[in-house]
Design a protein around this ligand. Structure first.
Ligand SMILES: [Zn+2]
Length: 211
């Protein structure tokens, strides 16, 4: 068994979700994102889910206190290891992890801002069935038309260059300190996310030292 607790950090467009999924399928580590945890807790109406929903419904950030309880519960259940995706985003969250869990490695998927913008602006979404496409990596057979339902493919409203650059800036502001912390701890490896999916996957595995 290769039980491991790892953190994946990457800008939107770095393929972080895809890599987390591949690792999860291969090694049985639980892929954990706070978005999914909230969704699941709200759907099943857990006490924490209902508390979080009050803030989400108001369009406010869920206070760290509740985020911690939800994350802690999920990480404790991930007995074969976990891949944290999108958490920690600030130093309070880093310290919470440090106090409660043993993190073996942090992998930073590195992609330039311009590359990320290019990839994100290539995304297309079917208006009917909501299926995702990307005119760089996952092209439809006919331009602008969904392969599955024939619906029209459009760019999402929040995928304008301005909106994307704003999200990227937010990402850097949030993660700079977190990345610095894990570098100092000697836990961080950097992988070039500009490569094909399979190459990134192999490089992550070799950095993690698993087979
Ligand atoms: Zn469609």
């Amino acid at each position: 068994m290769n039980k491991m607790n790892i953190i994946l950090i990457g800008i939107q467009g770095s393929g972080k979700g895809t890599q987390a999924k591949l690792l999860s399928e291969k090694y049985g580590w639980e892929h954990i994102t706070t978005g999914d945890l909230f969704r699941r807790n709200i759907e099943t109406a857990t006490e924490l889910g209902l508390k979080a929903k009050i803030f989400i419904d108001k369009g406010e950030l869920v206070p760290d206190k509740y985020v911690f309880l939800i994350v802690k519960d999920a990480l404790e259940k991930a007995v074969d290891g976990f891949i944290l995706d999108g958490f920690p985003r600030n130093m309070e969250q880093v310290h919470f992890l440090q106090e409660n869990f043993d993190i073996q490695q942090v992998v930073l998927l590195e992609l330039s801002d311009d590359k990320a913008v290019e990839r994100l602006m290539a995304r297309r979404n079917c208006v009917k069935c909501k299926r995702d496409y990307n005119i760089l990596f996952k092209k439809p057979q006919r331009d602008g038309i969904c392969d599955i339902c024939g619906g029209e493919l459009v760019i999402r409203d929040d995928d304008t260059e301005k909106a994307i650059r704003k999200r990227i800036e937010k990402f850097h502001n949030e993660t700079n300190q977190v990345i610095g912390y894990y570098i100092e701890k000697g836990l961080l490896s950097t992988v070039n996310a500009g490569q094909p999916v399979e190459s990134i996957h192999n490089e992550i595995i070799s950095r993690l030292g698993v087979e």
